[in-house]
Design a binder for this molecule. Sequence first.
Ligand code: HEM
Length: 310
Amino acid sequence: MGVSVNAQEVEDSEYVKNVKSLCRTVTIRQSRFYERPDMLYWLFPNYYREKRAVKQIHNFTYSVINSRIQTLQNSTNDQNDSEGKAVPFLDMLLKSTVDGRPLTKEEVREEVDTFMFEGHDTTGSAISFALYLLASDQDVQDHALEEQKTIFCEDIHRPSTYNDLQQMKYLERVIKETLRLYPSVPFYGRKTDQPVIYKGNVIPEDIDIAVNAYEMHRDPEYFPNPDKFDPTRFEAMDGTKPYCFIPFSAGPRNCIGQKYAMLEMKSALSKILRAFRLLPTVPEHQIKLTSESVLKSYTGIYIRVLKRTF
Ligand code: HEM
């Protein structure tokens, strides 16, 4: 967004706490039928927790937007200075027009919130599960490291370039296999806009449907021996069943950030793999899955790391 919020340095960041609280309240509401109707929801403490979190998240986002507007107004850079430089996403939004008019502050805030929310915990969850899986399978880890050595040769600790990331084919399969076993967004909703025939039955129009990517990814019909972590299964996938692997959803409302997410995850995992050998804890840590909008382990994810010497 072009604004530094130091979320990783500030312990107990209010923004991070509020996003967590919001995810939790939404998940709890889904699981309690009596909290679902809007006309009853206000009777429960969750309603007030959710409202408070949403208000504070909006306030924070507005402060980021205002601070960026201020910086842009104070900036002495003319058009030529910024030529060739990456333009922050927020600047693009502030300069965008819809039907010839600029976006309102509220519309900009909605876009910023969507990208902040969809873009941070999803990749964080996938990177954590990938590290866990790599630590528990030394053969896969060695294979991934060999690929890194081939790409980086003598200069093993240099920062990766876009071209390097494109060459990380095996690491990409590791990430896909991680997202198959632990999809960051385990299920998402859709509404039928026309009757749909499914397995001989008619699902009427205007029905809410939960798409369960987690279950689909563990269906032995599509993924034999589904609980096994095996990145090579993506070598064999020929694209004839494109909708059995749907961590980024599919169709017109699929994930707009998936290519960026893949680069981000490759970049982080590549750096960690080159610096450390990943090992399981002793005794091996058991993860326990929970979905708070994003898939997590409520017992945390623990591994051991050993500094590599080449
Ligand atoms: C491992 C990483 C990621 C996964 C697994 C993932 C998954 C998904 C899924 C399943 C959806 C559809 C949700 C729904 O329909 O309810 C979605 C939507 C979206 N994602 Fe991602 N995402 C990831 C990373 C990112 C990143 C890094 C960004 C932005 C930089 C991003 C931006 C978005 C946006 C804006 C949407 C809404 C698209 C729309 O409604 O048209 N995502 N993502």
